[in-house]
Design a protein around this ligand. Structure first.
Ligand code: 5GP
Length: 203
């Protein structure tokens, strides 16, 4: 835990939600959006192809490798990461700062590499960001989730599980841990954190 950041001196109401692969970050994000449509959630750019039902500009900004590289070169991202060694993801910096500097809560859902990068950049940009780690109820639970996805080969699953084990240890780098044993409960806890950060940013 980062004791210095228990809602300390927020100058911007940015909350980063991260956690191990397959813990359900995207599901909790989708749930909080459903429950609180007024919440502003950062839309990442990605080079991966859209899945069925995903909309450009809503779920992601689906861009080509060339466009992603151009955006990166132009300094348009707060952070970028190559996720699962396959696709590039990045958090556009301008809309996030515009939103957060007004004291309104902003949620950023990214992987662990991204969260670490945001921590470095936050210092440089003098942004006070609150970091939330979404944890599975247990490691077995995470293994089950990885198995359930059904979209990966055995080898890919084994690799992801190895990664997940290492990722679980990152918990201590975060300001707060939310255990994802119930999606509604996790979304509500996250909402309370966002509200507190926003209140702090306003004061
Ligand atoms: P998916 O492609 O399944 O939506 O997301 C894959 C992973 O990429 C998830 O762990 C998600 O948190 C992460 N991710 C989504 N957007 C970003 C981003 O802008 N930056 C980083 N670093 N990770 C992201």
């Amino acid at each position: 835990m980062n004791a210095n950041n228990e809602f300390a001196e927020q100058t911007a109401a940015i909350v980063v939600l991260s956690g191990p692969t397959a813990v359900g970050k995207g599901t909790v994000e989708a749930r909080i959006k459903q429950l609180h449509p007024e919440l502003w959630v950062s839309v990442s750019a990605t080079t991966r192809k859209p899945r069925e039902g995903e909309k450009h500009g809503v779920d992601y900004l689906f861009v080509s490798e060339e466009e992603f590289a151009r955006m990166e070169e132009a300094g348009e991202f707060l952070e970028t990461a190559l996720v699962h060694g396959m696709s590039h993801y990045g958090t556009p910096i301008k809309p996030l700062l515009e939103r957060a500097s007004g004291g309104s809560p902003a949620l950023v859902e990214i992987d662990l590499q991204g969260a670490r990068r945001v921590r470095e950049r936050a210092e440089e940009l003098k942004l006070n960001v609150f970091f939330v780690f979404l944890a599975p109820p247990s490691f077995d639970d995470l293994a089950k989730r990885l198995n359930k996805r059904g979209t990966e080969t055995e080898e890919q699953k084994r690799k992801r599980l190895e990664t997940a084990k290492v990722e679980m240890a990152a918990e201590k780098e975060f300001d707060r841990v939310i255990v994802n044993d119930d999606i509604d409960k996790a979304a509500e806890e996250l909402w309370q954190i966002l509200k507190l950060c926003a209140a702090k940013a306003e004061s």
